[in-house]
Design a protein around this ligand. Structure first.
Ligand SMILES: [Zn+2]
Length: 574
């Protein structure tokens, strides 16, 4: 949800609920920036031996990586966000054991758990990689179809371009170890399962169970003889990210709570989450898990109660509060997730985008609404005076909402832009949720021209590209098709690959893509290239113009027509 939409939403309420919300005094138990600073102790960099042969690397990146030492080999559970952070953890693990890594387990599809797998496999290409079946589809959607949006939003949420010292911690880790030039080296899972899988590797007997929650491909790993539970991201020391502001599909809190109930039923003696520190002792673990599931169910149940009473997402977000005993729990501090964001996500997840207000069914386009609001304020000068007085009163949220209108009509209003930057910085400064804190600060920096976000930050290694199916690269082309430029065009292009027997015909039909297996006889163009070159070009490891000129061979039609075709996928040719 962007700031324009929330501005419109709050105005639809006109007043009471929205004003109460941001003028309310800090509630007892609510997180503060000072508490966020103390929370950094959670991420002190070290490898902790939780139980005999069970080691957790904490503080090397946003996530933990877990080492299980068996008789004649090792299992690594979760592999960090990049090859670079994985190398640091791998070196630390090598100080513990020189046994070979026999298997890798991914607790779920998020990039901070799969990005460095190739490093741990250490050249052994055929190592078993365990994951729940849904993982591959989720990983590909995030890393291919939605890559630009998720990259941009993740950078804002994690404060990626902020000056040194600005990032206190990122709530569930000290920082995200992703920089321009970082590489990812994800291995594709080759031991997938639906509901459960039991196995023994290097003498370590384990059971993997599908445990949907933070993702629908989440698993839990249970070592039954030792009562050790690896919980992935369904539990960590912060309010759960029932919704993440970097953008996500629906995370069903009911299913999440059910998965935690199954974890409780196991009565683990040791709990090793994939973020924040491990816990020991059956009673302490049970108490923490019970609080956690209660926090999730409270938000879910009370949101539905308010939905059924007829409230809109804005109204529910303004009203929903955890009860004091949950709000003050160390397990539910809002250092990552947030109950109000969660409530909005539950609404959208169960009822979709429409809030039931007839005024929102076909709202005025944003520019038209802004024009009316400025006229209502008495013109742009009067609107600027309103913004200045809101700024003077310290009503930073109102400055953001009013400046949305003013800047939409005239993006060159320097005084309004400056007021917006000041408001964003002030909101960031007092914000205890790191995701929101860095989002405000990043947007301030972007408005101020301190930095611009790169379109892409991590690059897949050539080895990782080689492992990815060719079809996925055509998916990336489809979501980049310039519908306007191809509005009147119908063209079929055959692709042959010199290093693969796969053949495809890519059809553009008046603004729409269709990929067909095999080479169609009536293709307008047929080209031949190595699949690896094609993938590296689309992943922007190679200059597109040069690659098209040098490495693509024409079997039918001319090179210029092929170049014209590839230009329809603008960012790809960028
Ligand atoms: Zn994670």
């Amino acid at each position: 949800m962007n700031s324009r939409w929330s501005a419109v939403g709050a105005l639809a309420l006109l007043g009471a609920a929205a004003c109460q919300r941001h003028e309310a005094p800090v509630e007892p138990g609510a997180a503060t920036p000072e508490a966020l600073i103390e929370h950094s102790a959670e991420f002190e960099r070290q490898v902790v031996e939780v139980a005999d042969g069970v080691h957790v690397a904490i503080g090397y990146g946003i996530a933990n990586s877990i080492l299980l030492e068996g008789d004649d080999g090792l299992i690594v559970v979760d592999t960090m966000e990049t090859a670079e952070s994985a190398r640091e953890v791998y070196a630390a693990f090598r100080r513990i054991s020189d046994k070979p890594v026999r298997a890798i387990v991914y607790t779920h599809s998020h990039p901070d758990h799969i990005g460095g797998a190739g490093v741990f496999a250490d050249g052994a290409g055929d190592i078993p990689v365990y994951a729940q079946r849904e993982l591959v589809r989720n990983m590909e959607r995030t890393s291919i179809e939605l890559q630009p949006a998720i990259t941009r939003r993740s950078m804002r949420m994690y404060g990626s371009a902020l000056p040194p010292g600005a990032v206190i911690n990122v709530g569930i880790g000290p920082f995200v170890d992703v920089h321009e030039g970082s590489t990812v080296d994800t291995l594709r899972p080759n031991r997938v399962f639906d509901a459960a899988l039991e196995d023994t590797v290097a003498g370590i007997h384990f059971r993997l169970e599908h445990a949907p929650g933070e993702t629908d491909d989440q698993l839990l790993m249970w070592l039954p003889e030792r009562r050790i539970l690896l919980s992935g991201d369904n539990f960590y020391r912060a309010f759960p990210n029932l919704y993440t502001i970097r953008g996500t599909g629906y995370r069903d809190p009911r299913t999440w709570a059910d998965s935690i109930d199954r974890m409780r039923a196991l009565r683990p003696e040791v709990l090793v989450p994939s973020h924040t520190r491990p816990l020991r002792g059956a009673d302490a673990i049970d108490a923490a898990l019970t609080t956690y599931r209660d926090g999730i169910r409270y938000v879910y149940d009370q949101t539905l109660r308010m939905i059924n009473q007829g409230m809109t997402p804005d109204e529910i977000a303004a009203r929903l509060r955890l009860p004091p005993h949950l709000a003050s729990s160390p397990w539910l501090q809002t250092f990552y997730g947030d109950p109000a964001w969660s409530a909005r996500s539950i609404y959208a997840g169960l009822l979709g985008w429409y809030d039931g207000n007839a005024a929102r069914l076909r709202p005025l386009p944003p520019a038209e609404e802004a024009g009316h609001m400025i006229a209502l304020a008495g013109g742009i000068d009067a609107m600027q005076r309103q913004i200045a007085s809101a700024a003077a009163a310290g009503d930073h949220q109102w400055v953001l909402q009013l400046s949305d209108y003013a800047l939409r009509i005239d993006p060159g209003l320097d005084a309004v832009r400056d007021a917006r930057i000041v408001a964003l910085r002030a909101l960031g400064e007092r914000e205890a949720n790191p995701n929101a804190r860095y989002w405000y600060q990043m947007r301030a920096g972007e408005w101020a021209g301190d930095f611009a976000l790169p379109p892409r930050i991590v690059t897949p290694t050539p080895e990782m590209l080689a492992r990815m199916p060719i079809r996925r690269f055509f998916d990336a082309m489809a979501v980049n098709l310039d519908a306007e430029a191809s509005a009147e065009l119908t063209i079929a292009v055959g692709f042959e690959f010199s290093d693969s027997s796969e053949r495809y015909t890519y059809i553009v039909r008046r603004g729409v893509s269709e990929l067909v297996d095999g080479l169609r006889d009536d293709a307008d163009l047929v080209t031949r290239v190595s699949a690896q070159t094609f993938k590296e070009m689309l992943a922007q490891r190679r200059n597109a113009a040069l690659t098209l000129a040098r490495d693509f061979e024409m079997r039918k039609g001319g090179k210029l027509e092929l170049v014209r075709f590839m230009r329809l996928f603008a960012p790809v040719d960028g």
